[in-house]
Design a protein around this ligand. Structure first.
Ligand SMILES: Nc1ncnc2c1ncn2[C@@H]1O[C@H](COP(=O)(O)OP(=O)(O)OP(=O)(O)O)[C@@H](O)[C@H]1O
Ligand SMILES: [Mg+2]
Length: 253
């Protein structure tokens, strides 16, 4: 299953890409951890959100307000406790686990705090893996991975293993791996968190370039106001809910 393809579910045909604007629609989304137990946490308390194709959106809010939980729900890394998530008209609650895995692999890029790089693969091997999983010829995959890593200033670290790289360099490998597949939606949890300010600025420029070139949608959680202001608008969360939305464009610095 990939972006652009037509699939059939319960007799209804869906196209995974659409010219209409909304790429992500969330309705009454709830998440409870340890549901029904004494240590239950009601982490998302009714989120409604529409994200348009090509939006670059930031999510801000105090620690524990549910930002990572929301990204995990959008990325379908964990089950929700109620509500709807519609990605390109596809009600993802209706997908089987294996359909979901394929959908996630082909349509969503993750840049998370724990980079989860494969320790026994070099930087370039880590980045080309998603392409090889899609049966792209290895020579082509290798060239694309190298190009993207060079773009991220990692040209002289292509054959290093994750443990031979600094935290910021590992992060750039993780960013490259998330972007290599051209996913429709890119989710970042503090994607520039461990980078110095000039590298963060480079990464944000790269995100914007990709965003403008391919209409890819970015959803970035950040505590950093400067990063958030590089986005089109900011969703503010408090206590499992969206408190308000701040629309850009923000001041250039
Ligand atoms: N796996 C889990 N099991 C139980 N509770 C959890 C789990 N993950 C998160 N929580 C709780 O859910 C709430 C929301 O957590 P979440 O990680 O989404 O916050 P956050 O906004 O990302 O915070 P931070 O800015 O510190 O990363 C918190 O109260 C947290 O303790
Ligand atoms: Mg978090």
């Amino acid at each position: 299953m990939s972006y652009g393809e037509i699939i059939e579910l319960e007799g209804i045909r869906f196209r995974l890409i659409d010219d209409s604007e909304t790429i992500l629609k969330i309705r009454r989304l709830h998440k409870r951890y340890n549901e029904g137990k004494s240590n239950e946490v009601h982490a998302l308390r009714g989120i409604d959100l529409d994200v348009k194709k090509g939006d670059m959106m930031a999510i801000m809010g105090p620690s524990g307000c549910g930002k990572t939980t929301l990204l995990n729900m959008i990325g379908h890394l964990d089950y929700n406790s109620g509500g709807e998530i519609i990605i390109d008209y596809l009600d993802t609650n209706k997908l089987s686990d294996s359909e979901m895995t394929a959908f996630r692999r082909d349509n969503i890029g993750f840049i998370f705090q724990l980079f989860n790089l494969f320790p026994f693969l070099t930087a370039v091997e880590n980045v080309e893996t998603p392409l090889l999983l899609k049966d792209i010829p290895s020579g082509v995959a290798r060239e694309q991975a190298k190009m993207l890593l060079r773009d991220l200033g990692m040209g002289d670290r292509l054959y290093h293993y994750p443990l031979e790289l600094s935290g910021g360099q590992q992060q750039r490998v993780a960013i490259a791996r998330a972007l290599i597949n051209n996913p429709a939606i890119i989710l970042g949890d503090e994607p520039t968190g461990d980078l110095d300010s000039s590298t963060s600025a480079e990464v944000m420029k790269l995100f914007r370039r990709i965003n403008q070139m391919n209409q890819q949608t970015f959803i970035l959680v950040t505590h950093n106001r400067w990063i958030a202001e590089k986005c089109d608008y900011i969703i503010h969360m408090v206590d499992g809910k969206i408190s308000h939305v701040e629309n850009g464009p923000f001041m250039e610095d």
